[in-house]
Ligand binder design. Structure first.
Ligand code: HEM
Length: 512
């Protein structure tokens, strides 16, 4: 045998034994969680739902008889957790490896770029610092100081609903934007065409679109990031550039306003001034971090609360009997000539149950913000490949029959026993805000705001179906938009003050 034949034989033997080793190893690897049938190369890419994905995931989970399913989007591994048990086992108990976020080419690399939005960033030191800065001002005790602003904005909303009830969606957006601007920057916005709100809304929209995994081809094909903006089909690059301009403007402009006011001694106490001494933040690094955290708080807070309020209004249109019962409870607790306050919460268990049931039945973040696991893991004898996006199907957990019998039914009574909140029923708030290290850090302020706004509306307005030209009731449109924050599709309704006295009360309180 000459030397080249020997080399060839050795190479063949090496290749054969490597293949054998890999096959044996592959055979030994535990299986992936079950899931819908995958095609070669593309996997489930073409069967991934583009709308109401939480319902499709729940359906697949039932079909596979497994609360954990695996999908493959052209090589991107996706694990969907459809039960609270699986979510707690992985996202809570193994939070050390499951608290990461996937990097999205469109969102992280093109829109946010060298900037930082901690809700969508890798689990690590910078994320930890930002979360700590945020939490200090949004902890359960810190949020008490926002109650006056929440009441003020709720009252402003009631006045707007008196004047132009059919513009309720705009009003919700306006007052929630106004509340966050006030809490974070101490800025009082104008009633219409406010420049701060305008920029913030445009930037939040750009971020919300870019943050949906897989919405842009560039999320699946990374080299597309590098094509020039003028290239045919590179519309996403121009869109990202505009998004980047807006998120920078949103970060800097309101912050500069507050800093200037603080230097002149005219700033109102707010999130940003809490970190200032005589108009200055200790170091340049901390100033950058505060600007970024302030922007994250605004972006994460406004749309979520607004969408929850819209979902509540639609639910009240559909369930007049629930509305009447909640109003009777409010009338028995809140003195005539007054509006509810957060101090009334304990005395209003039915109102609280209505709000919890709204958030259970119509969670505005049905799949939360996807987590990510960088390292391989084994769970219940299944292999979770490192590099998987991990989706907690919150909607499925909130519609789990073992916790919430007849889950499609809107039934606030499920939370009550003997007229009080029943602690043995799982609180949907332990699900809607996500899990452990990534759990929503704005949840305490969110709950207070949602509660006082909904209680104020129930106390003062009758909400019912709108009537068409022939006086027939119009059924409200059903469904949600499918984004990271899902908003009920537009619908019409009638919003009328419950009495002349209530109308006068709102007017007089608004003037004082
Ligand atoms: C009803 C209103 C809200 C709902 C349903 C909601 C829900 C959520 C969910 C599901 C997550 C992801 C949790 C996870 O990854 O496991 C989240 C994260 C977050 N939320 Fe909320 N949220 C609401 C209001 C707010 C408000 C008012 C703020 C700010 C003032 C806020 C700030 C954040 C931030 C900063 C994160 C990212 C946390 C991180 O990645 O470390 N949220 N929220």
């Amino acid at each position: 045998m000459n030397s080249s034949s020997a080399t060839l034989l050795c190479s063949l033997l090496l290749a054969a034994s490597t293949a054998l080793f890999l096959r044996r190893r592959a055979r030994k690897l535990p299986p992936l969680p079950p899931g819908p049938k995958k095609l070669p190369l593309v996997g489930n890419l073409f069967s991934l739902p583009s709308h109401s994905e939480w319902e499709t995931y729940a359906k697949w989970s039932k079909e596979c008889n497994s609360d954990i399913i695996h999908l493959d989007a052209a090589g991107q591994s996706i694990v969907v957790l459809c039960s609270l048990e699986a979510a707690e086992d992985l996202l809570d108990k193994r939070s050390g490896i499951y608290s990461d976020r996937a990097r999205l080419n469109m969102f992280n690399d093109l829109v946010i770029k060298d900037d930082f939005m901690f809700a969508f960033e890798k689990y690590g030191d910078t994320w930890r610092t930002h979360r700590r800065l945020f939490y200090r001002e949004f902890s359960p005790t810190a949020v008490d100081r926002y109650h006056d602003q929440e009441l003020k904005e709720a009252l402003k909303l009631l006045e707007l609903l008196l004047d132009t009830p059919h513009e309720f969606v705009d009003h919700f957006h306006h007052v929630m934007g106004s509340l966050l601007m006030s809490i974070i920057y101490g800025i009082d916005v104008q009633r219409s065409n406010d420049p701060y709100l305008h920029t913030a809304e445009m930037a939040a929209r750009a971020m919300s679109e870019a943050a949906v995994p897989g919405r842009y081809l560039v999320d699946l094909i990374s080299p597309l990031k590098y094509i020039p903006d003028w290239f045919p089909g590179a519309g996403f690059k121009r869109q990202a550039a505009e998004g980047n301009r807006l998120v920078k403007e949103m970060r800097d402009v309101p912050f500069m306003h507050t800093r200037q006011a603080a230097m002149q001694g005219t700033a109102r106490p707010c999130f940003v001034t809490e970190y200032m001494r005589e108009g200055k933040i200790e170091s340049v690094e901390e100033e950058i971090a505060i600007k970024q955290v302030a922007r994250t708080a605004y972006a994460a807070g406004t749309d979520t609360i607004t969408a929850t309020l819209i979902a509540f209004l639609r639910t009240m249109v559909e369930h007049p009997e629930v509305q009447k019962k909640a109003q009777r409870e409010l009338d028995s607790v809140v003195a005539a000539g007054q509006l509810p306050s957060l101090a009334d919460e304990k005395a209003l268990p039915y109102v609280t149950a209505v709000i919890k049931e709204t958030m259970r039945r119509w969670p505005v973040g049905p799949i939360g913000i996807p987590h990510f696991v960088a390292t391989d893991d084994i769970y219940r004898s299944y292999r979770i490949p490192g590099g998987s996006i991990v989706i907690a199907n919150l909607w499925a957990m909130l519609h789990d029959e073992s916790d919430y019998p007849d889950p499609q039914l809107f039934n606030p009574e499920r939370f009550l026993h003997g007229g009080q909140l029943n602690p043995s029923i799982r609180d949907p708030l332990s699900i809607v805000f996500g899990f452990r290290r990534r759990v929503c850090p704005g949840r305490h302020m969110a709950w207070d705001t949602v509660w006082i706004t909904m209680a104020s509306i129930l106390a003062t307005f009758d909400i019912s179906k709108a009537l068409d030209a022939d006086g027939r009731p119009i059924e409200p449109e059903q469904g949600y938009t499918s984004q990271l924050v899902c908003v009920p599709v537009p619908f019409e309704c009638s919003i009328k003050p419950r009495s002349k006295d209530v109308e006068e009360l709102i007017r007089s309180m608004s003037m004082s």
